[in-house]
Design a binder for this molecule. Sequence first.
Ligand code: ATP
Ligand code: MG
Length: 473
Amino acid sequence: MTDLKAHISGVVYDLIASEATKLGIQAYVIGGYVRDIFLERKNTDIDVVCIGDGIELAKNVAKQLNPKPKVSVYKTFGTAHFKWKDQDIEFVGARKESYQRHSRKPDVEIGTLEDDQNRRDFTINAMGIALNENNTGTLLDPFNGLQDLDAKIIRTPLDPDITFSDDPLRMIRAIRFATQLNFRIEETTYKGLIRNIERIHIVSQERITDELQKIIASPRPSYGFKLLYNTGLLQIIFPELCALQGVEIINNFKHKDNFYHTLQVLDNLAAVSDNIWLRWSAILHDIGKDSTKRLTESGWTFHSHEVVGSKMVKPIFKRMRLPLDHKMKYVRKLVYLHLRPISLAQDRVTDSGIRRLLYEAGEELDDLLILCRADITSKNEAKVKKYLSNFQHVEDRCKEVDEKDRLRNWQPPISGECIMDAFAIGPSKEVGLLKKAIREAILDGEIQNNYDEAYSFMLNEAQKLGLSQKSRL
Ligand code: ATP
Ligand code: MG
């Protein structure tokens, strides 16, 4: 039996109890913090509900603490918050909510503890622990949340049609908690969720994306994506990914299901990296396959899907309200390059191929290799083994060439200024052509990566363009 008193002991809890008594009101810790005590997960967000004025209670408690924390008051929400040591403590008066059909923002009235528990999303999130002097440490669990925690079940406290229709974000939260905790969504709740998926349209994209990010950050994100897909929510919030689902067989030519393949890649990657943007590149690496799919005489092809896919990254990020800064560019670059190491492994591994890869991938090389390794999926174990060993060869060669040539963040030894100076010309097409020719010659191994060789190569190329060297005085 968990000793709840031990989890609510300390100066803050004692003060909440004594100040609540002085005000003649009851106070409870409620929600995620209580759930996480039983799950033995660390949680520093504490929600305190009181049957009365939460703001007044917060202020009175803060006054007694030393040093006195700064209380932030949100009058419109009737909440107050302060930080104490490493804890974020939020106070709110118990509330009863009623919803209008077009909005997930409820009308709020003062309510009882029971009203407040009724408006919670899941039974496991509706438990409270009393903080009052006469009943400290008592668990208030009207919906048997503890039982559901033990059985690993996500279930709405009320009829799911009410819980989900009132605030449809809870549908994605159900899937998020199931994925994070590896829980099952209870059948009545699941059926109710499916009945309400269209309601997701009233939820803002920011909120949906917030939950989606938590699904992606989970240990096995594919579970969440499959739930989203099977309920029909993914079709609404991420149609491009759903378009990858399906296997087509024509004239005995068959291709793999790119949706399930993508989820496998995502799980493979999640097993080795917590980098959420690298996980996004796994989600999007084959996103261009739907529109590039063709049947040729030798079978299905997805020619240039990495180019088409990389162009889809920005519009998808924009719609999802994900950042459009260097994080988006990083994902776009990885999608664009994701075939390179694999195709190198299949062809002869030439020095120039490796150099090009190092030059183009730059700082992202290590992440690109992690992505590519995760991309090796097949039901045929012998095949996977063979691919992985070819791939290891490419990785080793990358390391070798990288140490030798230092091509990451590389700049060719002759700059644009140097070219303009040499021929006494201004910025022009010729400067660009020469710069490119020098870079390509070095990457192809025609000349060595140093100033002297590059300079004489430049003079040669310039002659072909009809440029003559500035006469030196
Ligand atoms: P985490 O902090 O890991 O996201 P959490 O359960 O603490 O998990 P919060 O979003 O911080 O989730 O919410 C705290 C509590 O508030 C929840 O445990 C739940 O009781 C309640 N809650 C939050 N969002 C909703 C919602 N949309 N509908 C109903 N109750 C909610
Ligand atoms: Mg929380």
